[in-house]
Design a protein around this ligand. Structure first.
Ligand code: NAP
Length: 484
């Protein structure tokens, strides 16, 4: 299927109560191809009234959905998993068009994103409580788990499919209905997913999707509506903090998957080939536009030059271009703003004394391309040591002692993921235990796995997605005391 045929197949309306409709004021929102800066298509631009209608639909569907047998909910997810895989090429192309990542990476995301549906199809039938006798023997203590209720899901542009399925999967498994607000830059993948969920038979009103450019205006009344029971957000830390404040009035159940500033530690005993391979994954997946992206490379002084040389050689092998083209390994950044921010961070680091091993600037006549870049001798005061870079830039700093390395790694307000490369088992355990992060990759540059609890500590947020923990975010515990 070519690009135009695929775009023509996408339903670009709002999906509310099982119907596709235009925005109530008829406005639309353009979706851009970041490789060319050209408009791909446009989607409905929801109003406040449309947002309210979506919540109405979710609320109306909640009771019946909660009473649907778990096996049925699981089977719907399983059918959706199968259909995503059948349509893997279409989903991949759509993501590449609207987000920019190379097709091979989009296919990787389809596989990863789809797996959340398979995983939670299996979890749907394992929701259990317990029965015990009170210590004084007088009553029976029964606990049960029930769906939290209507949930608002707000997702970012960097993983247009997986950031959605990671929330939708457990919500369907648990029996929650939902209103989903995908990022303005990448709504098409979510609309295609909603279409697929409709096709496999998810009942009307269970899944509702609103796309809008009037984001704050449309979201705030939904968050303030007492019928909403949960907010789950993946995105930047400043927006997340704002949403936590808004959710306080209702004391909503809240899950926050926010920004990161991942350290990537390479010890003197590391297998350097494995470390470079891990660094490429941790840095270059999604062109560095991942919350899990390695943001600071902390390398033992005895191996730093060699690591930098090998890493830069790999970076130099990368092929920049539109993600749809054969052989391209690095796509554009999401937009002009992000490109400008990455360029500024690099300029700031070099003006403070960092040296460029390779790359270092914007490139290309159209689209938002930045060269794969390695910087060394990066001083601690450089802005990119504190801020999420969200681009293909790897700053290297050296250390001499293990303790100091861990201290540098922990010196951030974020706490999503850290990576450590070492062949010393004792050190691997010690360092993993001392890192203040929600996840640690030991000798691996990727931690994302549908069967594992993804999430952060500190200002990277709270709550976990995936694993056996993921469904708990969508369940309330109820205790019943029975006097026999
Ligand atoms: P963002 O600007 O925070 O946007 C994320 C979502 O929030 C989008 O759907 C956006 O809608 C919406 N939003 C923006 N302002 C809002 C408001 N006032 N009220 C309600 N919703 C609002 O983040 P982003 O630039 O898309 O994504 C990048 C960030 O996400 C990075 O910081 C990254 O680390 C983080 N991230 C975290 C994880 C994780 O699991 N921890 C995973 C992926 C990404 P519009 O698009 O309409 O503005």
């Amino acid at each position: 299927m070519n690009e135009q045929e695929l775009l023509g197949k996408i339903n670009t309306g709002l999906y509310i109560g099982g119907e596709w409709r235009d925005s109530s004021d008829g406005r639309t929102l353009d979706v851009e191809d970041p490789a060319t800066g050209k408009t791909l298509t446009s989607v409905a631009d929801a109003t406040v009234e449309d947002g309210a209608a979506a919540l109405d639909a979710a609320v109306a569907a909640q009771a019946e959905w909660a009473a649907t047998p778990p096996r049925e909910r699981g089977e719907l997810l399983r059918s959706a998993f199968d259909l995503i895989n059948e349509r893997a090429d279409e989903f991949a192309l759509l993501m590449t068009l609207e987000m920019g990542k190379p097709l091979a990476q989009s296919k990787g995301e389809v596989a990863y994103g789809g797996e959340f549906f398979r995983w939670f199809s299996e979890e749907a039938v394992r929701i259990a409580g317990r029965w015990s006798t009170a210590p004084d023997g007088k009553t029976r203590l029964v606990t049960m788990k029930q769906p939290v209720g209507p949930t608002l899901m707000i997702t970012p542009w960097n993983f247009p499919l997986a950031m959605g399925t990671r929330k939708i999967g457990p919500a369907i498994a648990a029996g929650c209905t939902m209103v989903i607000k995908p990022a303005g830059q990448t709504p098409l993948t979510m609309l295609a997913l909603a279409q697929l969920l409709e096709e496999v038979g998810v009942p009307k009103g269970v899944v509702n999707v609103v796309t809008t450019s009037r984001t704050g205006d449309v979201m705030e009344p939904i968050i303030g509506d007492p019928r909403l029971r949960k907010l789950t957000f993946t995105g930047s830390t400043p927006v997340g903090k704002n949403l936590v404040r808004q959710s306080a009035d209702q004391l909503l159940r809240v899950s926050m998957e926010l920004g990161g500033n991942a350290p990537f530690l390479v010890f003197e005993d590391a297998d350097l080939d494995a470390a470079v391979e891990g660094a490429m994954l941790a840095k270059m997946r999604n062109m560095g536009e991942a919350c899990t992206a390695a943001n600071r490379f902390l390398v033992h002084e005895s191996v730093a030059d060699e690591f930098a040389r090998r890493f830069a050689a790999k970076m130099d092998e990368q092929v920049l271009g539109r993600g749809t083209e054969e052989g391209v390994t690095v796509g554009p950044l999401i937009d002009d703003k992000q490109l400008g921010k990455v360029a500024e961070l690099v300029d700031d680091a070099t003006s403070r004394g960092a040296s460029v091993v390779t790359g270092g600037s914007k490139t290309g006549d159209a689209g938002y391309f930045f060269q794969p870049t390695v910087l060394k001798d990066v001083p601690a005061e450089a802005d990119l040591v504190r801020e999420e870079i969200f681009g293909p830039v790897a700053p290297i700093t050296t250390f001499s002692e293990e303790d100091k390395a861990v201290q540098m790694a922990n010196d951030t307000e974020y706490g999503l993921v850290a990576y450590a490369f070492t062949t010393d088992l004792g050190r691997a355990v010690r360092v993993s235990e001392s890192l203040h992060f929600g996840m640690v990759g030991v000798n691996q540059g990727i931690v994302s796995n549908p069967a594992a609890p993804f999430g952060g500590v500190k200002q990277s947020g709270f709550g976990r997605e995936g694993g056996i923990e993921g469904i708990e975010e969508y369940l309330d515990v109820k205790y019943v005391g029975i006097a026999p």
